[in-house]
Design a protein around this ligand. Structure first.
Ligand code: IVH
Length: 697
């Protein structure tokens, strides 16, 4: 029997499908754990995918086989309208911070005095810079995940947390004598630096707002109502608290960490139990030197009394325990020469000043450039070229310039004048909107912008043109082969010229032309995203493609129509309208249409949403919590269904929220299939089928 099969009873009573589903779940659970926690894969990606697909199909045709701990639940479910608020059983405390050795010594003194006992081992843990989470497991299965919130009440974000592959949806082993009906585990959700950098780069390329640091990105991700989006981001978790309401978990914190590990929870390999505060101080010192080597950011060390009875004696003060403290490291800082300030032009024309630095090594990487954001930022810090500036990396991975060293300022330091013309060879006057900090180049042929736009258009998430990367684009723009996106589709007319270029041969040219040809098959939403309309990222492009179905209807949309779409706010709407008004953009569009790109959503994309409930009549009753009544009606109508006010023989399905009354009774009497709100959400999401609700009890 697998180590994951901890609650197995008599499985011979199960149907063959049930048995297979269960077996697949076990296999996939062990594979997840082996891959994400042990870093020792036990099967190939292909094998994993095959098993995963089999389970998915099994659950689709037999929705009753889909359990909350199924690995298929990790890919995200139907978007929520809002999160449920849930009260924590025990307040989620925060920690008091200390910044010096003396303060740590003072803490130890208070502990000694409070316990009247010099023997009090501590556990030191890394203070991972992430977001605290409380996880409730019922009978060994993840039931709820709740954010800290204000410490008393948090948001229920279970679907989002389920996407974290290394977190067991079902405990792997039960170390206790009996099944634990309910236990609480707390931990920190975070993101590794490399994933943060990659995601930010992708967001920047999409023209989306970037996040300042991995913690903000983690927090932003966990707040997403659409768990499918969360599943795309590689969140991680480390667990550091267990309450199973059993004698065994009331003894030692270090023991609890071991219990957590046995149950399959990711715990830190860096936690250390030590006997006294001197050892704590040397750990603090050690990690101050070593912390750059970690793949994720820490902002300090957490020091906790190991003995839980001792923790109890000391108790809490306000929102912080008296038995634990955080030692916070200072942001890592370096000084270096600001050699020059140059500019970058983004694909939407925004001109950003960039600090060109004497290369300096800081927290794991050499820094030679850093953004200076805008003119106001430079002025507010009074930074001049030739200054010695401070570069900092805090919880952020992105280096920041935080000021200059006045004692090192020379008389030659040059005040910086922000350019009023575009730094590109065309030197167009920049546009500055009163009251805004950005300067923009509006020239449709600005080569710097064009390069960026071309890069974006050809990128993997847009038209995915293999072989048309940054360097090739630079080369082609330089020799005048590319002036605009539309020129990409004329490159085949210049095959001979391409063959004559440095580093190009028959094979590479034909491969490039082939992938350009291939890109015409990319769906409308990708083309729309690739156009680089300001504020239109991947998600918005998809919404627009689905809503309007074709470029013509999008082009004809009024601002009111755009604003009536939930996801679209005024800045997006205005930039869409402006895009279509612009004659250069219109010219480009005409060329792209002529070149044969898809400017229409495929029928499947559209129909999927429209006919699912055709001819079906629904009645809603009771209180809904995942969505408002209006939203539920919209979802039904969007799919071609009808909603009526009272139950009759014509009612096909009743959706019953909490405290449903007489309508529920009538429906039961008429054997009308009844869906809970949760069932309904799953139907919308496609993980349950309407036909599986029969009305027979
Ligand atoms: S224990 C009573 N342990 O730091 C103990 N917290 O400032 C409360 N954090 O909200 C938390 N790593 O988000 C604990 N190993 C660790 C931690 C940790 C990071 C965060 C957590 C907490 C905050 C308190």
């Amino acid at each position: 029997m697998s180590q994951f099969d901890i609650f197995s009873d008599d499985s011979s009573a199960l149907s063959p499908n049930e048995q297979r589903a269960r077996q697949l779940r076990m296999l996939l659970h062990s594979a997840d754990h082996a891959y994400y926690v042990d870093a020792h894969p036990i099967m190939s990606d292909r094998e994993y995918d095959t098993l995963f697909k089999e389970l998915e199909q099994l659950e689709q045709s037999h929705p009753e086989l889909c359990t909350p701990d199924s690995p298929t639940q990790r890919v995200g479910g139907a978007p929520l309208k809002e999160f449920n608020q849930i009260a924590h059983k025990k307040q989620m405390l925060s920690l008091s911070n200390t910044y010096s050795e003396q303060e740590v010594q003072d803490f130890d003194q208070r502990v000694t005095d409070g316990l009247d006992n010099p023997l009090h081992p501590y556990v030191c843990e890394l203070k991972v810079d992430g977001v605290a989470i409380s996880l409730i497991y019922r009978n060994g299965i993840l039931h709820q995940a709740i954010t800290r919130g204000d410490g008393e009440v948090g948001d229920e974000i279970t679907a989002n947390i389920k996407t974290i592959k290394e977190l067991p949806l079902m405990i792997h082993e039960n170390p206790f004598d009996t099944v634990i009906e309910e236990m609480e585990i707390r931990g920190e959700v975070y993101m590794e630096d490399a994933a943060f950098i990659a995601l930010n780069a992708q967001r920047e390329a999409n023209g989306e707002k970037t996040f300042a640091n991995p913690r903000n990105l983690t927090a932003g991700t966990l707040k997403q109502l659409n768990s499918k989006e969360v599943a795309k981001r590689p969140l991680k978790i480390v667990c550091y608290y267990l309450d199973a309401n059993r004698e065994e978990t009331m003894i030692s914190h270090a023991d609890n960490l071991l219990l957590l590990k046995r149950m399959g929870f990711p715990t830190s390999t860096h936690a250390r139990k030590v006997e006294n505060i001197q050892q704590v101080l040397s750990i603090i010192d050690e990690w101050n030197k070593q912390r750059e080597t970690l793949p994720f950011g820490i902002d300090g060390i957490v020091i906790k009394l190991d003995s839980i009875p001792q923790q109890r004696i000391l108790g809490n003060v306000a929102r912080a325990p008296k038995w634990a403290i955080a030692y916070k490291y200072e942001a890592q800082q370096a000084e270096t020469l600001l050699k020059d300030i140059t500019y970058q032009v983004g694909r939407t024309g925004i001109v950003t000043p960039v600090a060109e630095l004497e290369p300096v090594f800081l927290a794991g990487s050499t820094i030679s450039r850093a953004t200076l954001h805008n003119e106001d930022f430079i002025n507010s810090l009074d930074i001049r070229i030739g200054d010695t500036v401070f570069v900092e990396k805090g919880g952020d991975v992105i280096p920041k310039i935080t000021g200059y060293n006045p004692s090192k300022r020379s008389n030659d330091a040059k005040t910086f004048e922000f350019t009023h013309v575009c730094p590109c060879p065309l030197q167009t006057s920049l546009h500055h909107v009163e009251g805004e900090v950005q300067y923009m180049c509006l020239h449709p042929e600005c080569p710097w912008q064009i390069r960026r736009r071309l890069e974006h258009f050809a990128s993997r998430d847009a038209l995915n043109i293999d072989g048309l990367g940054e360097k090739v684009i630079d080369q082609f723009v330089e020799i005048g082969l590319l002036h605009s996106i539309a020129d990409i589709y004329k490159l085949n007319l210049h095959r001979e010229q391409l063959l004559g270029l440095d580093r190009w041969g028959v094979k590479s040219v034909d491969r490039l032309l082939e992938s350009i040809e291939q890109s015409k098959q990319q769906p409308f939403r990708k083309v729309l995203f690739g156009l680089g309309i300001r504020h239109v990222g991947e998600g918005i492009a998809k919404t627009l493609a689905q809503h309007f179905g074709s470029i013509e209807s999008l082009q004809a949309a009024t601002i009111e129509e755009l604003l009536s779409i939930k996801e679209i706010g005024s800045s997006i709407a205005v930039s869409i309208i402006e895009f279509f008004k612009d004659e250069h953009e219109s010219e480009m569009l005409t060329s792209l249409i002529q070149a044969g790109l898809s400017f229409r959503s495929s029928l499947e994309e559209q129909e999927q949403k429209t006919n699912e409930f055709a001819g079906l009549t629904f009645v809603l009753t009771g209180e809904l919590s995942l969505m408002t009544r209006k939203e539920a009606i919209e979802e039904i109508e969007k799919r071609g269904g009808k909603v009526t006010g009272s139950v009759s023989k014509k009612t096909m399905y009743l959706i019953a929220g909490e405290q449903a009354g007489s309508k529920l009774k009538s429906a039961q009497e008429l054997s009308i299939p009844i869906l809970s709100e949760d069932d309904f959400a799953q139907v919308l999401q496609g993980t349950k089928q309407l036909t599986s609700f029969t009305g027979l009890s």
